[in-house]
Design a protein around this ligand. Structure first.
Ligand code: UDP
Ligand code: MG
Length: 332
């Protein structure tokens, strides 16, 4: 029988996608902080299907230091899924999620842990600036928060991202959610529990470039709204009823006008315009319904969230209840 694994107090989960140059830097900056604040810790990299030597870099770091572990996907599944896998595999009493590019200052972990010790289940970093982002991107982000606050079922604290600490209780709830389309920002808020924000300045990206294209961000925002709100579906009911009411009024008006003044042939252009306008609206509403049907389809297929190809570092002992359950879920 293997010796029981030592308990881990703090797990740091870092999703990485083509971040080979950043691994050593992030590890070097994280270690002293963790040595200071945690009685024991692990750093768990989740390699999201990188092809650039990211895994080799992690292996170099973990050599002789069993506290550095990694889980590697068989292909790129996206950051949201990588975070889900991180929560599945981390064993700490508290799990900290952060980016590999050092845009999330590791020194903030000290404050996170202090707040956690005070009893907060969720401690999130709230960014006060957005360096290197265009005005347009900033404007759109703001618009997204506005829309979400208006229509979503939960309120998102503005500027709060994935950089956060989550207590084991919160982690277990998040793991139990098991949704396919993962909009973590929404899920973090949805689970509730005492939460507190800690302000921080985003640093410049250390190496490489951002992996988020505009298209991807838009998709992400759309996912966010549709997984937390049915308002996009309901709008069309209201709009539809309004339009039918208006058309009855118009019908009465035209009937009366014809009775009094007789028929007039002109009116062809307005006819075409209105036909086009309403076929457009119908197509859009069909599209929105399609989005939700697609989501239902993705959920009912019940595919695993991700496929693990490889791991680095000691596998935690199998008889921890967390792990037994996660093996069943995560391994294919
Ligand atoms: N990332 C990932 N999978 C992806 C894209 C990004 O795991 O498909 C990771 C990436 O390696 C980084 C973090 O998510 O650690 C944030 O990515 P990035 O810095 O590109 O995003 P930004 O800071 O611009 O929002
Ligand atoms: Mg970044």
């Amino acid at each position: 029988m293997p010796a029981p694994a030592p308990p881990v107090e703090i797990s740091v989960v870092i999703p990485v996608f083509r971040e080979a140059e950043n691994i050593a830097h992030v590890a070097r900056r994280i270690r002293p902080v963790l040595e200071r604040v945690a009685s024991s810790y692990e750093v768990l990299f989740v390699d999201d299907g990188s092809t650039d030597g990211t895994m080799e870099a992690i292996r170099r770091e973990s050599m002789g230091d069993g506290r550095i572990r990694a889980v590697s996907f068989s292909r790129n599944f996206g950051k949201e899924i990588a975070i889900a896998a991180g929560l599945d595999h981390a064993v700490g009493d508290a799990v900290i999620i952060m980016d590999a590019d050092l845009q999330h200052p590791p020194e903030l972990i000290e404050t996170f842990v202090a707040r956690w010790r005070e009893g907060y289940v969720m401690v999130y970093g709230q960014r006060t600036n957005r360096p290197g982002e265009s005005r347009m991107k900033r404007g759109l982000t703001h618009l997204f928060y506005k829309l979400f606050a208006q229509f979503g079922e939960t309120k998102l604290p503005e500027g709060a991202g994935d950089f956060r600490l989550i207590d084991r209780r919160g982690v277990e709830v998040l793991r139990a959610l098991g949704e396919r389309s993962r909009f973590s920002k929404g899920l973090y808020a949805w689970i509730g529990f005492p939460s507190i924000g800690v302000a921080f300045d985003v640093e410049e990206r250390r190496f490489g470039t951002t992996k988020w294209s505009f298209r991807r961000l838009f998709r992400f925002a759309f996912d966010g709204i549709t997984s937390f709100s049915t308002v996009p579906l309901r709008i069309w009911t209201y709009l539809g009823s309004l339009v039918s009411l208006l058309s009855i009024v118009a019908a009465i008006y035209f009937a009366l006008r014809t009775l009094i003044f007789g028929t007039d042939v002109p009116g062809y252009p307005s006819l075409i315009v209105s036909v086009m306008f309403f076929s457009g609206i119908q197509l859009m509403s069909l599209g929105i319904i399609g989005e939700y049907v697609g989501r239902i389809f993705a959920e009912v297929k019940r595919r695993p969230l991700y496929v693990v190809a490889e791991t680095i570092g000691p596998e935690p002992v199998a008889d921890m209840p967390v792990l037994r359950d996660q093996r069943r879920r995560a391994t294919v």
